[in-house]
Design a protein around this ligand. Structure first.
Ligand code: PMV
Length: 346
């Protein structure tokens, strides 16, 4: 490696969505969760591309997101990830990165999970580090908790871990994207604006003020075990009921937080009623909604019901558009760099 031949790599990574939610940190610095969670990797319709270059010629870390140069404040999570990678590689080089979310316009998605996972994977590759999925997950976790699940495809568990140093809090694949090829997620976009309360401060407030949250925590270990069992046995109605109940429980804890936090809006509530009604008419759960720290819905179903669910959601007031995602196969390295080898945006 010469002085003018920097270290470059690009990663394509997709977001994940949780069937069993992570809400609450037991350690805010290391991003250690109060409970384990289970997610599904989304497919390539939603993709973050991130290029990382390390070079002895750079004098500081710099980054561009969707073409806009980031301020030092906005760079803090990326720098944290680079520091962990630099320590592992024993290389004292600054980095430049460019990240682009190829999400359909007006998607209004939180991209931190795919963004931080892509940055970790591209950064590690650029430095020539051969890290295990477990190591990558532990590093990505420290950029954004949910990012630790985006380093893997398919159905993914983030195990809570017990250790104070976080070395046992990482994601593992429960089943690959081929396990349940008919499984679908119909995403209903109802809003594009940035969330009012960040998940970081929302979690902290819930932990400090909600008594209901303590009850939720007691239910989480068995809920997670059941969710994995229902995924592995492809028990759709049981899984969907669990997913809806878990989302309801998390949003109930948010409302029980003081002052209360509300991420759902009238359109989200329309989705909830419409899906409950659909399942009643069918006599069994064929679709199940879940909501993160925002009003957009992820509605799970299987291929044979996906068109009906999509049509139903598109007919609701406030639903702007839908995306039907399969289970994604996970991140990949790519040669479509967004920066030149000298770190100039292309
Ligand atoms: O993306 P984070 O790490 O700030 O946390 C997001 C938490 C939820 O999306 C609400 C739930 C989850 O498990 O993804």
């Amino acid at each position: 490696m010469t002085k003018t031949a920097p270290y470059i790599a690009t990663c394509e990574c997709t977001p994940n969505n949780a069937l069993v939610k992570y809400w609450g940190k037991r350690d805010e610095k290391l991003f250690l969760p109060t409970n384990g969670s289970l997610s599904v990797c989304m497919d390539e319709q939603l993709v973050t591309n991130t290029t990382v270059v390390f070079s002895p010629e750079f004098e500081q870390d710099e980054g561009w997101l969707d073409g806009k140069k980031l301020s030092q404040d906005e760079l803090s999570s990326a720098t944290k990830i680079f520091n962990l990678l630099r320590a592992k590689a024993k290389k004292n080089l600054f980095a430049r990165f460019a990240s682009k979310n190829d999400f359909p316009t007006a998607a209004g998605f939180a991209s931190s999970a795919s963004g931080m996972a892509a940055l970790t994977i591209a950064g590690a590759a650029a430095l020539g580090l051969k890290l295990s999925e477990q190591e990558l997950s532990i590093i990505a976790r420290q950029g954004s908790g949910s990012a630790c699940r985006s380093v893997l495809g398919g159905f993914v568990e983030w195990q809570k871990g017990e250790k104070a140093d976080g070395s046992d809090s990482f994601a593992m694949q429960v089943a690959s994207h081929n396990h349940w090829p008919e499984f679908r997620c119909v995403i209903a976009i109802v809003a594009e604006e940035k969330k009012k309360v960040s998940s970081r401060s929302g979690m902290r407030q819930t932990l400090e003020t909600s008594a209901l949250f303590q009850q939720r925590l007691k239910e989480m270990p068995s809920k997670l075990e059941n969710a994995k069992k229902f995924v592995l046995s492809k028990n759709l109605p049981a899984l969907l009921e669990l997913v809806m109940r878990d989302s309801n429980s998390m949003h109930a804890c948010m409302l029980d937080t003081f002052p209360p936090i509300t991420y759902l809006n009238d359109s989200s509530r329309e989705v909830i009623s419409a899906i409950q009604h659909l399942n009643e008419v069918k006599g069994a759960a064929i679709a199940g909604y879940t909501f993160d720290a925002g009003p957009n819905a992820h509605v799970y179903t299987v291929e044979k019901h996906a068109a009906e669910v999509k049509k139903l959601l598109e007919g609701l007031v406030g639903v702007k558009r839908t995306i039907v995602s399969k289970v994604g196969s996970g991140p990949k390295l790519s040669s479509k760099h967004l920066l030149s080898a000298k770190g100039e945006p292309l």
